[in-house]
Design a protein around this ligand. Sequence first.
Ligand code: HEM
Ligand code: HEM
Length: 177
Amino acid sequence: MNLKDSKVRYGTVSRFFHWGMALLVAWQFATAITRVVAEDSPLDEFLWATHKHSGVLLLVLIVLRAAWALANVRQRPAATSTLARPGHLAMYGLILVIPTLALMRQYGSGRAFSPFGLPLMPGFEGDKIEWLTAPASLFDGALGWLLLALILGHVVMTLVHRYRAGDEDVLPRMLGK
Ligand code: HEM
Ligand code: HEM
């Protein structure tokens, strides 16, 4: 078992981050999409109750994942196309920025917030703090859907590289084969 990455494939830790976060991101968008298409349905109430908590978990994981990626930066598989690197970086950036803006809004709203029961924000009385809530209200939704579009493009390109003649199949790198 290779914990670290190599030029040929991603190691166990990177693969764990990648597939674990892929599952969590799928969950995150399931909660957001259900919110949009079936607000206040029983399914929405069940799923939405987890949105903020899984969003915070994603933020923690992306920080750890970025640190691990940096520690392995000289020994990772090379990008196969010019768009791969900026695309991957954009996904990192959005998974960092979206929950950060959302947490700023949460704090600025004055409402208490305890992700997974941990008392992160005690909440406060009085007016909400406009400069903390405004950025998320302006950009959050759009950035969220942009992330979803990038992820769909990422999955499609993985399949294109796998099946198009002459391309390098990159899936085995992330499957550890
Ligand atoms: C990577 C993490 C996250 C992603 C990908 C994400 C994505 C989304 C998406 C796509 C929406 C729907 C936007 C729309 O209605 O058009 C949404 C809404 C929302 N998110 Fe997140 N989110 C994340 C983290 C968080 C966190 C950490 C919090 C709170 C602490 C949060 C709070 C909210 C709230 C309150 C809404 C509803 C906003 C509204 O009704 O205008 N999200 N999120
Ligand atoms: C079924 C879904 C997915 C498939 C089949 C897939 C496939 C892959 C493959 C094959 C690679 C290696 C690419 C290369 O080295 O050129 C990769 C890397 C990567 N993928 Fe995915 N992916 C999926 C979902 C996701 C999701 C949901 C995210 C974002 C949360 C994501 C983010 C990344 C990133 C950032 C990399 C670069 C390696 C790293 O820094 O971890 N992927 N993916």
